[in-house]
Design a protein. Structure first.
Length: 190
């Protein structure tokens, strides 16, 4: 496989995402989502990155992260392999689960950072799985609006931009649904 074009640097923000091989599901039951988050935390959160926002969809995932180290690729590879092996065992399947390596886009402005959180949190609404982002269990939106006290997302950077938790729902609901962040042709809504 060709080498990745993104140069990862600590203290920079990145949008990480991937989808199922042949656009197939990567989550088959509720426990898969929860296991994925536990494994992500185990392999990546302690030393490698801080999560600002996330959304897990049936056939893909999105994470907005701030890197802490240069070891993202190695830790993502170990995480993906671990999750794939567990799902293959549980579901009696074999082969790759993901469509190649994870993808990453550097976040180059505060404005893009804010819009990216909104894009990530609106994924289940846009896909018509739910009517409101707070109804989707497998995203960090509930932490953003103080409906859940999770430990995975670090809200400080976004809250600093928004002011309070009350401003975030208005920001999200003001979204023009067809509008996507730049480079959206690389993202997964299907």
């Amino acid at each position: 496989m060709p080498r990745r074009q993104v140069n990862f640097a600590p203290e920079h923000y990145y949008h990480l995402f991937n989808r199922g091989n042949d656009r197939q599901n990567i989550f088959f039951e509720r426990e898969n989502y929860l296991y994925f988050l536990r494994q992500f935390q185990h392999y990546l959160v302690e030393d490698t990155l801080a999560v600002l926002a996330y959304c897990l969809m049936p056939n893909h995932y999105h994470f907005l992260v701030c890197l802490r180290s240069h070891h993202l690729s190695e830790h993502m590879q170990a995480f993906s392999l671990s999750y794939t092996k567990a799902i293959n065992r549980r579901c009696g399947r074999c082969g790759s689960l993901f469509q190649g390596r994870f993808r990453a886009i550097g976040v180059d402005s505060d404005s893009y950072l804010l819009h990216l959180t909104r894009y990530i949190h609106l994924n289940p609404v846009k896909a018509r799985f739910v009517e409101c982002p707070e109804d989707w269990e497998f995203s960090s939106y509930r932490e953003y609006v103080d409906l859940r006290q999770g430990t995975l997302p670090k809200l400080e950077a976004i809250r600093q931009e928004m002011g309070t938790a009350r401003g975030y729902p208005a920001f999200v609901s003001a979204a023009d649904m067809p509008t996507r962040p730049k480079l959206s042709h690389l993202m997964f809504d299907e």
